[in-house]
Write a protein that binds this ligand. Sequence first.
Ligand code: ADP
Ligand code: MG
Length: 338
Amino acid sequence: MIEVSDLVKVYPGGTKAVSGINFAVREGEFFGFLGPNGAGKSTTLKILSTLLKKTSGTVKVAGYDVDHDGMRVRQSIGFAMQEVGLDDLATGKDFLVLQGLLYKLSEHESKKRANELLEMMELTYAANRKVGTYSGGMRRRIDLLGALIHRPKLLFLDEPTTGLDPQSRLAIWDYLKRINKDGVTIVLTTQIMEEADRLCERLAIIDVGTIVAEGSPDMLKAQVGGDVVSITIGTAAAHATDEMKAKAKGILTARPGVISATEQNGAMLVTVKDGGSAAPDLMRSLIEGGIHVSNIAVSEPTLDDVFLKLTGKKIRSDSTGGDAMDSAMRAFMGLKKR
Ligand code: ADP
Ligand code: MG
């Protein structure tokens, strides 16, 4: 369904947003790009959906070349962008019918399809309300439906649930799983590791314009090579100093079975074959080394741990994501989100 080779995008001004990526997506697959803000996710999706011109490389979508057959590509895909652009004065249903007309459905067909989609997403109750009165979650959902009006076989979603409350997020996840089962190929981008883990059959982990790993979520997590023991050192009153952290790292790396030890926000993250049996030994050696341990927890690796191992960074440092920051900035500057 998608074939991309050596894709490069350099923006005017010189930012290299995508530095030569290769990937392919099969028909019916649920594929994801997982990466932090600025990784190049939106840029990649915009090129695939013909909204943006690439600098070099080849991109085929639904069998068509994006440069030569842009119109055909656009007819084959649906695209819900990261920035939702809805007309606040139109009703949800009017918006969908208009989308249908833009895709050259007849008025009758558009209305029928709009009703069907609203029903499937459980938004029928709000169909005749103005979009301006919708919550953030409802706006995202109606925008998503707009991308599906012409029954595309391929759907692009750019961070479909960033900034949404957990309930709206779950509703969207369920819906996406359903339409993927019905045969729609889905490519989404996200910086939410649970989203990638729960939805995607295959993932590309992307950082500063480069794919650093690719595989199923289970395969990627297995790459971490063991469990993760998270050890908080120091106390609330006396935070661990850099010296203490370095010492702890030295002690931990020397223990048998330890694959790696890194420090993140005052916690030592230790990758070890069997976390449960290693934890007491790790704790004892720290205490014997004169380091105070205030908390210890063992967990199976997450995609965050995969990202950390590959790049030395966390995917994101908070739970609300860049979008919340963006809207806070916009509110501060007196700008309205479109
Ligand atoms: P993501 O969607 O993963 O957060 P983007 O694709 O939006 O990342 O951005 C990738 C890089 O390209 C970033 O460094 C960003 O600042 C830059 N960038 C994005 N859009 C533009 C633009 N229109 N002009 C110049 N630079 C851009
Ligand atoms: Mg983006």
